[in-house]
Design a protein around this ligand. Structure first.
Ligand SMILES: O=C(O)CCC(=O)C(=O)O
Ligand SMILES: [Fe+2]
Length: 347
């Protein structure tokens, strides 16, 4: 038990992290959360300024500049495929030997939990994840995590050198279990400011579990004018809307009370389809009807992500030493920005 009479009480990491997480995961409303995000970006920019001073800023391609504009305006941008065809083939054969785990990361699979090869999964499982540590050993994934244009795009969008807080890959399967967790529209509260890369590793159609996003819901300054125009005439509805926005998970019916179908972006496309998204906006994993979907994701945050029970990154493990990887890396020539961004994953 902590000694509340000790001068160090509330001044140690655990309490400061606790306060941070309380503000992030429900203590503040959207406008305030977004403002803290801007302040956090400013703080990180200042804190990293000297160490990254020698870093030559890569020139962003015109396309990536446009992607940043789209992200700002709509909350997402479909980008050129991050992986070459050959990369995808190599990822497929890499993961073919790996185990997946299910029921352990916030998705209730009716109390079931386990780790096994994907072909051996019990019926009716909704999601199965590869271990981050496993997939970070895949050369094509290493390359994507170290993609300097991508990291710089995230940096420009977030307003700070980003931290890659998660590298993940998971299957979603057709299932008759009730819709739950990330299958419902929700907003992520992993950080006050963040941006995700999604890549499909299988062909994704309307019936194989496309990712969906409600345009313009990511940022208070974008959503406010829209809400004002739509509900501003009625202060009760306006208030109701903002209170509803704070609810973590929402049904499709609820979404259609406030948004038009045309505002819901459904991402379909062949394997390799890549998009950036600000998951502070409302999004969901549609339940697949006729076949599974394999997705890959990199999460860029301003603050390195942690949870109430500790640090996250490569699960509960520390980052992978680059020199112990089973393939040759460019570890000598990594730019300071890339080294900073990837530090939770590789050292
Ligand atoms: O699987 C999906 O499409 C949704 C994923 C999601 O909610 C997330 O990564 O934050
Ligand atoms: Fe999410």
């Amino acid at each position: 038990m902590s000694d509340i009479f000790d001068p160090s009480f509330l001044r140690k990491d655990k309490d400061l992290q606790g306060l941070f997480l309380t503000l992030l995961k429900g203590g503040l409303h959207k406008q305030a959360r977004d403002s803290v995000g801007m302040l956090a970006a400013h703080y990180v920019r200042q804190r990293t300024k000297d160490a990254l001073a020698s870093a030559k800023e890569p020139v962003l391609s015109d396309k990536n500049q446009q992607n940043i504009e789209l992200l700002r305006k709509q909350g997402f941008a479909v980008i050129d495929p991050i992986f070459e065809k050959q990369d995808i083939i190599s990822i497929e054969s890499f993961v073919a030997n790996l185990k997946v785990h299910f029921g352990s990361v916030g998705f209730d699979e009716s109390g079931r939990k386990g780790e096994m090869h994907v072909s051996e999964l019990p019926p009716n499982i909704r999601f199965a994840h590869y271990q981050s540590t496993d997939i970070c050993n895949c050369p094509a994934i290493y390359k994507a995590v170290h993609n300097e244009q991508l990291i710089s795009t995230a940096a420009k969008y977030l307003g700070a050198p980003p931290t890659i807080s998660s590298v993940a890959s998971w299957w979603s399967f057709p299932s008759t279990l009730p819709v739950g967790g990330m299958q419902m529209f929700h907003h992520d509260r992993g950080d006050f400011r963040s941006c995700n890369l999604f890549v499909y590793l299988t062909d994704v159609s309307e019936v194989t579990g496309p990712h969906s996003f409600v345009t313009g819901t990511h940022e208070f300054d974008v959503l406010y004018p829209l809400a004002m125009k739509r509900f501003g005439g009625n202060s009760d509805t306006f208030q109701k809307f903002w209170r509803w926005m704070e609810v973590h998970r929402k049904s499709d019916d609820d979404i259609s009370l406030f948004f038009k179908d045309s505002e819901i972006k459904i991402f379909t496309g062949p394997k390799g389809t890549s998009f950036l998204e600000d998951t502070r906006g409302l999004h969901k994993a549609t339940v697949p009807i006729s076949g599974p979907r394999l997705a890959f994701e990199i999460v860029f945050t301003v603050w390195p992500k942690f949870e109430f029970d500790g640090l996250v990154g490569l699960g509960k493990q520390s980052s992978l030493p680059r020199e112990h990887l089973e393939f040759k890396t460019d570890s000598q020539s990594i730019s300071p920005l890339v080294r900073y961004a990837t530090r939770l994953m590789y050292n």
